[in-house]
Write a protein that binds this ligand. Sequence first.
Ligand SMILES: Nc1ncnc2c1ncn2[C@@H]1O[C@H](COP(=O)(O)OP(=O)(O)OP(=O)(O)O)[C@@H](O)[C@H]1O
Length: 434
Amino acid sequence: MNDVVIQIKNLSKQYRLGVISHGLLSKDLQSKWARFLGRDDPNTKVNSELLGFKTGSNEQFWALKDISFEVRKGDILGIIGRNGAGKSTLLKILSRVTAPTSGKINVKGRIASLLEVGTGFHPELTGRENIFLNGAILGMTKNEINSKFDEIVSFSGVDKFIDTPVKRYSSGMYVRLAFAVAAHMEPEILVVDEVLAVGDADFQKKCLGKMQEISKGGRTVLFVSHNMPMISSLCNECILLDSGKIKLIGHTSDVIASYQMGNNCVNPATIDYSHVDNPPGDHQGTLCAAWIENRSGEQVFEISINKSFFICMQYKILNDVPKIPSPNFHIYDSQGQCAFITSPSWNYDQSCKSGEYIAKCEIPANFMNDGLYSVHLALTFIHTGMRVSFWEKHALMFNITDPIEGVPSRISGYGGVIPGVIRPSLEWNVDQIG
Ligand SMILES: Nc1ncnc2c1ncn2[C@@H]1O[C@H](COP(=O)(O)OP(=O)(O)OP(=O)(O)O)[C@@H](O)[C@H]1O
């Protein structure tokens, strides 16, 4: 209990419609200032016109509703969710940029935040002056900041421009310096919003390394991103926000999987379009249904790693065609990486009659690793120049479980995590040669 550094209880934030966030804190402040002076909001007009709201509408809505969770010391917590889910609002409340409407927050230690490009730094001040200003805001003495100064500048890579006002920086330079400052000031909690997306790939990698280092040193990181591989490589725990509420909180891979699947379906391992007016497809072929099946013909979501199973798809071919079309399955892991694509290796020069078909592909036992997977379903017509009739992304989901007992890769007795998308049981031959 003692290592809890952030405790959030029944946190809610209400906004008024017509007073929409402009995505930039600077614009939010501009709007607030205009309202305070009783002038027209220079930003609201555009947004409300775009969104079809009446300016000054008093309708309320909840950007966050009854959020409760705890974060422990040394955790790297990912926060994911669709646009408008409430991620930035949560970070802004934690960073005290905005106040909650209700609820309680207890934070142990100082928070350094990297919320969005353009905040935290004074535009007229140079990079050097901003480093000292930020350090002072975080309660550091001049000597403490001096001792970190070189490290910050060297991490940021903006050495040559350190005496230039930051208003002349590109957004990439800005984020480099802002991240370097936030990460090196030794806050107990580091809060990072989407901003890293602005930096180049090398810098992003460097930042990931730094955040890992920070957490290993016992400090806590909260990280918002739409980049799932980044979230997955960095965070041990994740929160999925949906319309201002926590939809799921838990291990990163499970939360990412749930997010990617959109999981609105009752059984994610089956879909059925038989009663739908407009099933996926075109004038050549349509999707009827799909499911995951075990060897006993039962539709299943969970499959033990040492059992084979089938991915099945029922589809309609609407006309006779001179070349048989190709059903194909694209298997993705929970980090959004394509594990493999499979299609029948039959003779594509054969013709095919119109009608309804069921294609089944057997996935062998001891082939894939344990974890959640999603399946994209597609039908490709060859005779019309590889025309795809439908490509249903994340149509099915299945979970490969590892019972440990009786699993070939566990014979050695090792019970820990085995990385990789596949975990095939392969033939080995070891000869003593001396
Ligand atoms: N100052 C504000 N006034 C009114 N509405 C706001 C304000 N700030 C945010 N909102 C609204 O609150 C909701 C949550 O916004 P928030 O920026 O927290 O979402 P998000 O999950 O960070 O989205 P994104 O992924 O697009 O950054 C959105 O509907 C947004 O329009």
